[in-house]
Ligand binder design. Structure first.
Ligand code: SF4
Length: 208
């Protein structure tokens, strides 16, 4: 297994204090660290500017932790891009030392590193999660969040649902611009009560 080296700096797109807009913890006070870099290539991605790492400044982990702690958030959300492109061991251990609760938002397409209080797995058909005995994020996912824009996405969602535990929260999230996605999600949840509808409430609230 390829082990990524520990790092003291990470390329950061942005940090901000807001409410978590989506997923199980929607509505919760959160400090976001959006890391740069993604190689998944979702065509409807709303953070394409995060893809090229070199376009974003490298920031000291100590500085990120200081900034997060100063906001006294309920939780810190590490997102991207695809944050697991980086080794998150140092970042999460330093956030822990500052007594901060840590959530991860990932597609699962790179090896898991770091320690988290909540893992939101949003698997993408374009580059599926790693699924080997050594690298299997499905077992550790607290939440499964699948973006739906067309019928094949529901097939993908059910396929992914087979891989997570019974306790994992299952969310179908309509792709923001897709009316068809909204219709598919509502219909599917009515027929499959193990799923919930997940909305990107920050877009309705017009906050980050
Ligand atoms: S995994 Fe996330 S950041 Fe990467 S392309 Fe897909 S939606 Fe965008």
């Amino acid at each position: 297994m390829l082990v990524k080296p520990r790092v003291a700096t990470l390329p950061v797109v942005e940090t901000f204090h807001s409410v978590q807009g989506e997923g199980f913890w929607s509505g919760t006070n959160a400090f976001f660290i959006r890391l740069a870099g993604c190689d998944v290539g979702c065509p409807w991605c709303d953070t394409k500017h995060s893809w090229p790492m070199a376009h974003h400044p490298k920031r000291e982990i100590s500085e990120l932790v200081f900034e997060a702690a100063a906001k006294r958030p309920f939780m810190v959300v590490i997102t991207g891009g695809e944050p697991l492109i980086h080794n998150l061991t140092t970042l999460t251990s330093e956030l822990r030392k500052a007594n901060l609760r840590i959530h991860l938002e990932t597609s699962g397409s790179h090896p898991l590193s770091g320690e988290f209080d909540w893992i939101s797995l949003s698997p993408k058909i374009f580059k599926p999660p790693l699924d080997t005995p050594k690298n299997n994020i499905y077992r550790q996912a607290d939440e499964l969040k699948v973006v739906i824009s067309e019928p094949r996405d529901l097939v993908w969602a059910e396929n992914q649902s087979q891989k997570v535990s019974a306790q994992t929260v299952r969310l179908l999230q309509p792709q923001w611009t897709s009316k068809l996605g909204q219709q598919l999600v509502c219909k599917h949840v009515l027929a499959h009560p193990e799923w919930r509808v997940g909305l990107q409430t920050h877009k309705y609230l017009r906050v980050r």
